[in-house]
Design a protein around this ligand. Structure first.
Ligand code: F6R
Length: 244
């Protein structure tokens, strides 16, 4: 696992954007595994800038997203489809019909089965982007006594509902169920980029970057089973964790 410490999160995102650019130059038809949340926003802004500047071309690329809230239509401003359109897809030259975000309105089992198919359609993602929950979740694979390999409907933990309430009018508006890629889909990507910012992610990142143990109580630790993971963290988080 490569750990790259940057002065600021914006710097981390610029470096991560270069990895996307290099991949797309090498393989214009690359399949991108994408994430939502606050963390990737500066990365998406940088990819949009690069695309406008002619530095990266998404016209032949495709994508699959990690997860979606159950119960939110794609037009809902907190749905992950809406997030991806407004924060990335509307600003780059990707063909939207080649982007996939799981359905938030189909029956959850059906939406999960569809997502599972899309993860592997034409091959697993060449590059999977991940954020991390303060509790160590990746996608919506929450800490538990057992994790799930395939895409599945997943309840959000109370702490994740608390964390995501900042995006909704009230806490009660945060959906309690999601459809998420499972651990196998995430680990199937050829390359994985993890972005994390701020000391709020200290415990989660500590579990990931320190020591060799893997635990279902911190799902991110399963990334230790993958041979090509790059973790980008800002200095504040690096100092909190004690990595240089
Ligand atoms: C989002 C996702 C989540 C987030 C995580 C961190 O698609 O899969 O696992 O990456 O909850 O969220 P932020 O970036 O808002 O701290």
């Amino acid at each position: 696992m490569k750990i790259i410490v940057s002065q600021t999160h914006e710097d981390s995102c610029k470096k991560a954007a270069v990895m996307f650019r290099e991949l797309l130059r090498e393989k214009p038809t690359a399949k991108l595994g994408l994430a939502t949340g606050g963390t990737p926003l500066p990365l998406y802004a940088e990819l949009a800038r690069m695309n406008k500047a002619g530095e990266v071309d998404f016209s032949r690329a495709c994508s699959v997203n990690l997860d979606e809230y159950c119960g939110l239509a794609p037009t809902h401003d907190q749905s992950y489809r809406y997030f991806m359109d407004t924060n990335l897809f509307n600003h780059i030259n990707i063909d939207k019909s080649h982007t996939f975000v799981a359905s938030g309105t189909k029956p959850p089992e059906e939406a999960a089965a569809e997502l599972e198919e899309k993860v592997y359609e034409g091959g697993a993602p060449d590059l999977q982007l991940l954020g991390i929950g303060a509790n160590g979740h990746i996608a919506f694979n929450e800490p538990a006594t057992a994790l799930v390999a395939e895409s599945h409907p997943a309840p959000l933990t109370e702490s994740t509902i608390d964390a995501n309430a900042r995006f909704f009018a009230t806490r009660a508006d945060v959906p309690s169920l999601s459809v998420t890629m499972g651990m196998k889909g995430i680990l199937s990507a050829a390359k994985i980029i993890m972005l994390a910012e701020g000391k709020g992610k200290k415990e989660a990142i500590e579990g990931l970057v320190k020591g060799g143990s893997i635990t279902t109580q911190n799902p991110s630790t399963f990334l230790k089973l993958h041979r090509d993971v790059t973790v980008f963290i800002d200095k504040e988080l690096a100092d909190a964790v004690g990595v240089k």
